[in-house]
Design a protein around this ligand. Structure first.
Ligand code: HEM
Length: 455
């Protein structure tokens, strides 16, 4: 999908307009224009489009789907009590624990590396929000996060549901012929309710039993100076669900992309490992506070999010007609930030199809994609700092411990999986196999020791 939309941009330029049935779509294909629209004109362009299936049939009210207004402001303010730049370092120890657990689990079951990326990202967010430990990759909370991501994609896919274009259909009873979408929605709603309620009710039970680890929910439920109203509790639950849904799939996709890209670029893998080895001597395990000592690893992370942005396309909307650079943008249009196109713009990133961390080094580095792959303006990703620290940790710990190499087929030939990504809202590499080999037993012992000292 992103490549398809990028092709549209090459054909039609910085703006591309299309109408599907009765719905207007505007693709913003140029980064400067995106900044003008989503940042300078953020007071107008911070709504989300009307997505009837998601918002009104399945009735999801997570932050990602909320309109800009007073409810949004209230939830975003609560989000800021969990994620803000002053408190980011507070989470580093937990992030280091989760990253080390992840790498040690990969050592035990390298064939499960991709599923383990889902486990580690879900585990981190669940632990910080709800104080619950997610024990393994088959845990119900990991499955719920996976289902949430799948249902979100299916419910919001453009052209997927007639009800998105003819909203009155949402009033059809589910037994009528042609109302199969209602039955699908009922199932989706049940699953999404479970996603919101299972961790929340588990945390509340643990609070009642006096057996909960420090976490955001405890701070909010027990730390309030006045008794909580039903609205307060609803907001706390909604905020936690918003963060759980925003955080689990995106980091997992980024780390899976990293593994795939390392298979294709062994010389870059070796260069990053050489940096890690020269700094650590292979004798200590890096943490978040050591980031500045690994400039090349940082460039690998920048190139990773440029080459394979986890969220390649983002929809904003507006509630008044507007005109930008001579183009009319009608009220209610889906105004799409075509992030994949910005990261593959050859005028900004020469030879964009080449994976080259070196583009961010030297006296004239190319623009840092971390400045825009998390979105724009008032809707930009609140989890960016947390994500940046976790991606760094996962990358540096994987490279410290392993060589990531192609698997071999029955004839002993190396199999290099294709560089292909799913066309879902969060883009994962198409599932692939690879071989992940320990660099030395001593390094694994160091990781175990680092984990013991943090727990
Ligand atoms: C590599 C990891 C991540 C990437 C690439 C990413 C990217 C994005 C993007 C592009 C948006 C939409 C911004 C816009 O509309 O302009 C977004 C929204 C959001 N993200 Fe992230 N994200 C990541 C990790 C996280 C994490 C770890 C969390 C939570 C802990 C999170 C929570 C959210 C939420 C709640 C929203 C909705 C914000 C709103 O609608 O106001 N994200 N993210």
């Amino acid at each position: 999908m992103p490549k398809g939309f990028a092709a549209l941009s090459q054909e039609y330029g910085p703006f591309c307009y299309m109408r599907v049935i009765n719905q207007d779509f505007v693709f913003v294909n140029d980064l400067d224009l995106a900044r003008e629209i989503f940042e300078n004109r953020g007071a107008i362009y911070s709504h989300r489009p009307r997505m009837v299936m998601m918002q009104e049939v399945i009735k999801r009210d997570t932050l990602l789907f909320m309109n800009y207004g007073s409810d949004f402001a209230r939830i975003r303010k609560l989000v800021a009590t969990f994620l803000n730049s002053r408190e980011a370092a507070k989470y580093w120890p937990a992030q280091e624990v989760e990253s080390l657990k992840f790498v040690l689990a990969v050592q035990q079951a390298p064939q499960d590396a991709l599923q383990l990326t889902r486990w580690t990202s879900t585990s981190l967010i669940i632990r910080l929000l709800y104080g619950i430990e997610v024990r393994d990759k088959d845990d119900v909370l990991v499955c719920l996060a996976e289902d949430f991501a799948r249902i979100t994609f299916e419910a919001t896919s453009v052209g997927g549901w007639l009800v998105n274009y003819i909203p009155i259909l949402r009033h059809f009873p589910s037994w009528l012929p042609g109302a199969g979408f209602k039955r699908w929605a009922q199932h989706a709603q049940t699953r999404m309710d479970e996603f919101a309620l299972v961790p929340y009710l588990t945390a509340k039970r643990n609070i009642a039993a006096g057996s909960i680890a420090p976490c955001w929910i405890v701070e909010k439920l027990l730390g309030a100076s006045e008794p909580l109203t039903a609205q307060d509790e609803h907001d706390i639950r909604q905020t936690a669900t918003s963060l759980y849904s925003g955080g689990s799939d995106t980091i997992s996709a980024t780390i899976s992309s990293f593994i795939l890209l390392m298979l294709h670029h062994p010389h870059i893998q070796k260069k990053a490992q050489a940096e890690i080895d020269s700094v650590t001597g292979g004798e200590w395990v890096p943490g978040v506070r050591d980031r500045a000592q690994f400039p090349y690893v940082h460039c690998v992370v920048q190139e990773l999010v440029r080459f394979a942005p986890a969220v390649p396309l983002v929809a904003h909307s507006l509630h008044v007609d507007d005109n930008v650079a001579g183009y009319d943008i009608p009220s209610g249009a889906w105004v799409m930030a075509n992030i994949w196109t910005y990261t593959h713009d050859a005028t900004r990133y020469p030879s964009p199809e080449v994976f080259a961390p070196e583009r961010f080094m030297g006296g004239a580095p190319q623009e840092d994609p971390l400045g825009f792959v998390f979105g724009f303006g008032r809707r930009s990703c609140p989890g960016a700092l947390l994500a940046r620290a976790s991606v760094f940790l996962n990358v540096v710990h994987l490279l410290f411990a392993f060589d990531i190499v192609p698997a071999k087929d029955d004839a002993g030939m190396e199999v290099l999986p294709p560089l292909e990504w799913t066309d879902t809202f969060v883009a994962h590499p198409v599932p692939f196999v690879c071989d992940i080999r320990e660099r030395s037993a001593g390094r694994i012992r160091l990781l175990e020791h680092a984990l013991d000292s943090l727990q």
